[in-house]
Design a protein around this ligand. Structure first.
Ligand code: SF4
Ligand code: SF4
Length: 272
């Protein structure tokens, strides 16, 4: 088939999307609340240790940004409706709660006063299909990853209640659910965090050959079945050990590794 040259308008659209892609470099972060409810513990560990990195196209990155912008609008809606909402702490920063190890962090959307009690606030947007399932089955059943995110944030932030505020992107409908603390679930998440931090080899995944449906869209599929090697840097090396206060140590050289050094690796690298 003959490829037609792109029109100036199409080139402009491409340039807009491309502009979103420029900031997408490899960087390391801590384990986070938003992913801790993922079914596959190996996937969470691969994410944290940067085994592979999905390069999102600009259109998708713009879509993620739209979700964040909607959160601000939702907060303004709640304030206009008469609610007390606190979305930054006394230092003007987003509310954050850490696990004692320093390797796990919850960044929350805010705190809202509801029924005379402070509630942890979590805001999510959904497409129509996801929103309908949420209305039918509730957060715990239809959005287990969000449920876990709220439970661990409530636990580490010392809240007994949370408010899940969701908006349908297709028709601006709201669904709001009050979430109670679930001690058994919270304890299981703490155990999960600790086993991730203490793992010295690949944790067991949900499938040995990544053949099941749940693996189909996993960003780490190739590295999971050892078709490709992990990205080269300290975090995917057997010698990089998480230590106190969110720090990392090279067991071979006996040196602390800051984030910049972790990105570089060295000639003694040994893939996990
Ligand atoms: S491919 Fe499957 S088993 Fe492997 S990390 Fe991803 S979800 Fe887990
Ligand atoms: S400094 Fe070298 S040996 Fe140590 S963790 Fe990094 S890559 Fe591995």
């Amino acid at each position: 088939m003959v490829a037609f040259p792109k029109s100036p308008e199409q080139k402009l659209i491409d340039a807009v999307y491309k502009s979103y892609e420029k900031t997408e470099n490899l960087s390391f972060s801590r384990l986070g609340a938003s992913g801790i409810g993922e079914e596959c513990i190996r996937k969470i560990w691969f994410n944290w240790r940067g085994f592979s990195k999905k390069q999102f196209e600009g259109r998708m990155l713009r879509l993620f940004e739209t979700g964040h912008l909607q959160e601000d609008r939702v907060i303004q809606d709640l304030i206009r409706s008469g609610k007390e909402v606190y979305f930054v702490n006394e230092y003007g920063s987003q509310y954050e709660f850490e696990h004692d190890s320093g390797h796990f962090i919850c960044k929350v959307d805010g705190v809202i006063k509801h029924q005379d009690k402070n509630h942890l606030l979590e805001i999510k947007t959904h497409n129509k299909k996801s929103f309908s399932a949420l209305q039918r089955h509730g957060v715990e059943k239809s959005k287990p990853v969000h449920y876990s995110q709220m439970q661990i944030s409530m636990y580490l932030g010392h809240f007994t209640r949370g408010l899940y505020v969701s908006l349908c992107k297709d028709d601006e409908k709201y669904y709001i659910e009050r979430i109670k603390e679930d001690n058994a679930h919270q304890k299981s998440l703490i155990k999960k965090i600790e086993s991730l931090i203490n793992a010295r080899m690949r944790p067991t995944g949900i499938s040995e050959d990544a053949s099941i449906f749940a693996c189909k869209f996993c960003d780490h599929k190739d590295v999971c079945v050892k078709e490709t090697k992990p990205l080269f840097h300290c975090r995917s090396c057997v010698n990089a050990i998480p230590i106190n206060n969110g720090g990392w140590n090279c067991d071979l050289h006996g040196t602390l590794l800051n984030k910049q050094q972790q990105l570089i690796g060295c000639e003694d690298y040994q893939a996990l």
